[in-house]
Design a protein around this ligand. Structure first.
Ligand SMILES: [Zn+2]
Length: 186
């Protein structure tokens, strides 16, 4: 995706902070940095519909909420290009269709591996499930630590940010919502 001349952009950045881009330890850094950034932003080149198009068999008998907890989240805040990371908990009430568990983490990656704000990330995951899986209800809760908040500025160390997005029966039915919340808290 990146071009050879993009290496100069990183060399410029290194020089800007007072480093010598030609010193031994930094020689390969521009290339490594660009490759890493390509991976951090690989979600732009993935299609959620593709990931969610096939369903597991045996869903006819499932009408209780399905919960997948502790899905790893690694993302970059779009304001500082700083990492934010944590966990996603996803619940849905199936309507004929259930999803393989590994698909859940792939779906999270599609949206996490982009420049993000945590609120939008949470809503995009909920909307993709709502649109492509068409369950009766969806809930997504994400808890993350933001390096831009913890390592700079006001330094809210360890202050996690929690966001949630609810759709359908989880949003409208207080009992379903309560069930989801108690299930993700163990
Ligand atoms: Zn930030």
């Amino acid at each position: 995706m990146f071009q050879p001349e993009d290496l100069d952009v990183v060399r410029k950045l290194l020089a800007m902070i007072g480093e010598d881009p030609d010193r031994e330890g930094l020689k390969e850094t521009p290339l490594r940095f660009l490759k890493a950034f390509e991976e951090y932003t690989s979600g732009y080149r993935q299609n959620p519909e593709e990931i969610l198009k096939s369903f597991e068999d045996g869903a006819e008998s499932v009408d209780e909420m399905v919960i997948v907890r502790d899905i790893p989240v690694y993302s970059l805040c779009e304001h500082h290009l700083a990492p934010f990371f944590g966990k996603a908990h996803i619940g849905y009430v199936p309507d004929q269709r259930i999803l393989g568990l590994s698909k859940m983490s792939r779906l999270v990656e599609v949206y996490a591996r982009r420049l993000q704000v945590q609120e939008r990330l949470t809503n995009q995951i909920a909307d993709a499930l709502d649109t492509f899986l068409q369950p009766l209800g969806v809930a997504v809760v994400i808890e993350c630590r933001h390096m831009c908040m913890e390592s700079r500025g006001v330094r809210h160390v360890g202050a996690g940010t929690v966001t949630s997005a609810l759709r359908g029966s989880v949003k409208n039915n207080p009992d379903t919502r309560k069930e989801f919340l108690s299930l993700i808290r163990r």
